[in-house]
Design a protein around this ligand. Structure first.
Ligand code: KG4
Ligand code: ZN
Length: 351
């Protein structure tokens, strides 16, 4: 493996991630400090708590990554950092550390879009993952806590948005319905686990197809879930605060997940067919979902288009994915100046 060695920093949301990645592919170190336990009592991310936790953990995470990689500053070609989208206070911590490191060690700084990072995770290779590189043109489905979209790429760093959520992100829907079901935060992995134990698989939730468009909508599903959960609670004569019986939780979790997966997979396969894609890439935290991975793998195989999905630990937020995208930007000649700003609402294709 060759190519630039990039030190990459990700602090856009609730994971403090630092990685050393060579050539946009080879992961030499990838350390992630997750704040999930910190936010669990509130049932969601508290922005100021997240920013303070990044401030507390970023240097210990840097130390650990540095030690694991066994490299020195003379080996590092660039520092890459997430510049958006994300929580402003969280982004500022990573950007400030990245700027300082780049300035002190006199290495170039590169700003990376968090969303393209989720796509570029598909190029990463480490001890646990050795996938073939995606080929262009490709269709990428990114499903995370804050974003859900389908994009086409005909070359590196070139994105055409095919569709996006018009309301909630898929991960947000998982988290909200998880709460309605009385499951722990974050709802995504908890719903997956509950659904895996479902014996009855009859619960049917609506699908928002939105005609022929590649857009998504999950807020109606959330409302329908609330209505169904309330109705089932009434049927079972549960008093407020009394937890749902486990088999019922499992069946409803399964029904909700089945609806989300059905819409995501159907639209992705249609997008791949319509654009003549030579590969399909799946990324973002919800891409860790086993039901989504299995169903998309089956349908992609039937279509004859290779599906590239990073292992779950590289689907959720991490520094390595920023290193993968950062290397491409570095090789394309991009350099950020000391005026690099945090862009909380950055879009996939914005400058
Ligand atoms: O990409 P990510 O780590 O952070 C953002 O950029 O938002 O995604 C976090 C989201 C959360 O909503 C979480 O519930 C969801 O990913 N998630 C899952 C699974 N693991 C994480 N959703 C469904 N199934 C999973 N196994
Ligand atoms: Zn993310």
């Amino acid at each position: 493996m060759s190519g630039p060695l990039v030190l990459a920093i990700e602090t856009s949301c609730d994971e403090t991630g630092i990685a050393l990645v060579e050539g946009g592919r080879a992961v030499h170190a990838n350390v992630v400090a997750s704040q999930v336990a910190l936010h669990a009592p509130a049932g969601g991310i508290v922005p100021e708590v997240a920013a303070r936790a990044h401030l507390r953990w970023i240097l210990p995470v840097l130390d650990e990554a540095w030690t694991a990689a066994g490299v020195g500053w003379h080996d590092v070609d660039a520092v890459a950092v997430t510049r958006g989208p994300g929580l402003a206070g969280s982004l500022l911590v990573g950007i400030n550390v990245a700027k300082t490191l780049a300035w002190v060690h006199d290495v170039p700084l590169v700003g990376v879009n968090h969303l393209e990072g989720h796509i570029y995770a598909a190029w990463l290779k480490d001890a646990l993952q050795d996938l073939p590189d995606p080929s262009f043109p490709l269709v990428a489905l990114v499903v995370s806590g804050g974003h859900t979209f389908l994009a086409e790429m005909r070359d590196h760093l070139s994105y055409r948005l095919l569709g996006a959520t018009v309301d909630d992100a898929a991960g947000e829907a998982f988290d909200k319905v998880g709460r309605l079901l009385g499951l722990p935060y974050p709802g995504g992995p908890a719903i997956q686990r509950a659904a895996e134990g479902a014996v009855a698989r009859d619960a049917r939730f609506p699908r928002a197809w939105l005609g022929d468009s590649f857009d998504f909508s999950f807020s109606g599903l959330k409302t329908a879930s609330r209505r169904t959960i309330d109705a089932r609670r009434a049927d079972a004569r549960l008093v407020p605060g009394e937890p749902l019986p486990e088999p019922l939780t499992a069946e409803l979790a399964w029904g909700f997940q089945d609806s989300v997966v059905d819409v995501l997979v159907t639209k992705t396969i249609r997008a791949a067919r319509d654009t003549g894609a030579r590969s399909i890439v799946l990324g973002g935290g919800v891409a860790a979902n086993a039901a989504l991975r299995a169903r998309l793998a089956g349908e992609a195989e039937a279509l004859g288009v290779p599906l590239i999905v990073p292992r779950p630990g590289l689907c959720t937020d991490n520094g390595a994915m920023i290193g993968a995208a950062g290397a491409r930007r570095f090789e394309a000649g991009e350099r950020a100046g000391p005026d690099l700003e945090a862009r909380p609402s950055l879009q996939l294709a914005s400058p």
